[in-house]
Design a protein around this ligand. Structure first.
Ligand SMILES: [Zn+2]
Length: 382
């Protein structure tokens, strides 16, 4: 796997070395998408960057662990089916009124709901996102395999997540007391920017060369925040992502770069996602601080890139209002559940059955006076 990863970097011009032989690159690529090593990538400045370099998921030695691979195989058969929502949502995290926990509750429940309805290739991809994602995987498997799913087990694992974040950053993630924290900051730590890198490959329209590695650029990341670009507000998230990809395809600052070979055509750029992250999330600017953004979610997001389209499905929405986070969870069967750790003993409640039509998207903008704050998408077929 490492060889393959290495070869990809050579192919796209990040390193100039001999290509090493790989037993079966095609099948292996499909099974476990190639990852880009962050040491070849210069991370762009990001206001929420909180990770230190030791959390680089791509150095994860568990990747090669034989025992781990065996565990994956044995769990494959048991997790093929998404649990019935009534079983899956028979319990949940309870809000701790002494040590405010709603940011952790909302992230934990959203990711639990997504994790439960995916198979082991997704679980693997999920777990290598960061060291904390690896620990979450253990928590989720624990809950899913336990015979008595009750609030205590959810609270226990939610607290494990909280302890872990507190250890990493005690000031931002206070362990005790009535302190709020940011749900998007938690998500940024679990799924750091280095798993959302896009590299941009250059080619000549005259087909002088398949790709021109010397002009490749690799500094773009899939956004985790919906920001105002050129004052054009997209109707929904799918349009927002299409605009984002189109912008990379036609970078204005690259218009004058001519092909080295024919010297008559300007280069075109194609974004290439080496590793599709298991989760994408989009934080919306809140309306109280900005009047411009009431962007609708889309049921699905398709990211069209060079190799294949990556499809993501809307899986959870985090709402914020009055210093409290609540969520909607969207089950694979279309049932939409709401969760508020402060009510119903932390047990999710069936909200409605979605036909996944456009008209239903409007009602996802608010939940009991709270506004949609983060849309969470999970990768389909992985
Ligand atoms: Zn050319």
């Amino acid at each position: 796997m490492e060889k393959l990863e290495y070869n990809t970097l050579i192919n796209y011009g990040f390193i100039t070395e001999q290509i090493s032989s790989v037993p079966d690159p095609e099948s292996e690529y499909k099974k476990k998408p190639i990852k880009i090593k962050t040491k070849f990538v210069e991370p762009p400045p990001h206001k929420r960057k909180l990770i230190d370099d030791t959390s680089d998921p791509h150095n994860n030695s568990l990747y090669k662990n034989k025992k781990q691979k065996l565990n994956e195989k044995s769990s494959e058969s048991t997790n093929e089916l998404c649990p019935e929502p009534t079983t899956l949502f028979s319990s949940g995290c309870r809000w701790d009124s002494l040590n405010w926990s709603c940011a952790y509750d909302s992230v934990f429940m959203s990711l639990y709901s997504i994790f439960a309805c995916h198979t082991s290739p997704f679980h693997h991809n999920f777990s290598i996102s960061s060291p904390i994602a690896k620990k979450l995987e253990v928590s989720f498997m624990n809950i899913l395999n336990s015979s008595s799913k009750n609030c205590t087990i959810f609270d226990h694992h939610r607290n494990n997540l909280r302890d872990e974040l507190h250890t990493q950053n005690p000031n931002q993630f206070r362990r005790f007391g009535q302190h709020g924290t940011s749900a998007s900051d938690i998500l940024e730590i679990i799924f750091p920017t280095n798993i959302r890198h896009l590299i941009t490959t250059a080619s000549c329209p005259n087909q002088c060369h398949q790709s021109l590695p010397s002009h490749n650029r690799h500094t773009t990341i899939i956004p985790s925040q919906v920001i105002d670009r050129n004052s054009i507000i997209p109707r929904n998230l799918n349009e927002y992502m299409s605009n984002f990809i189109d912008n990379i395809n036609q970078p204005s600052n690259a218009m004058d770069i001519f092909c080295d070979i024919c010297q008559t055509s300007t280069l075109t750029y194609t974004p290439l996602l080496i590793n599709a992250p298991p989760i994408l999330f989009f934080e919306l600017p809140m309306e109280s601080t900005s009047s411009l953004c009431t962007i609708l979610p889309s049921w699905n997001i398709k990211i069209l890139l060079l190799l294949e389209p990556f499809q993501y499905q809307l899986s959870a929405i985090i709402y914020l209002g009055g210093f409290h986070f609540t969520i909607r969870l969207i089950h694979k069967n279309g049932s939409v559940w709401k969760h508020n750790g402060a009510t119903n003993n932390g047990i999710p409640i069936l909200d409605f059955i979605a036909q996944k039509t456009d008209s239903e998207l409007e009602q996802l903008l608010t939940l009991e006076q709270r506004k949609a704050h983060i849309y969470i998408y999970s990768r389909v077929n992985s």
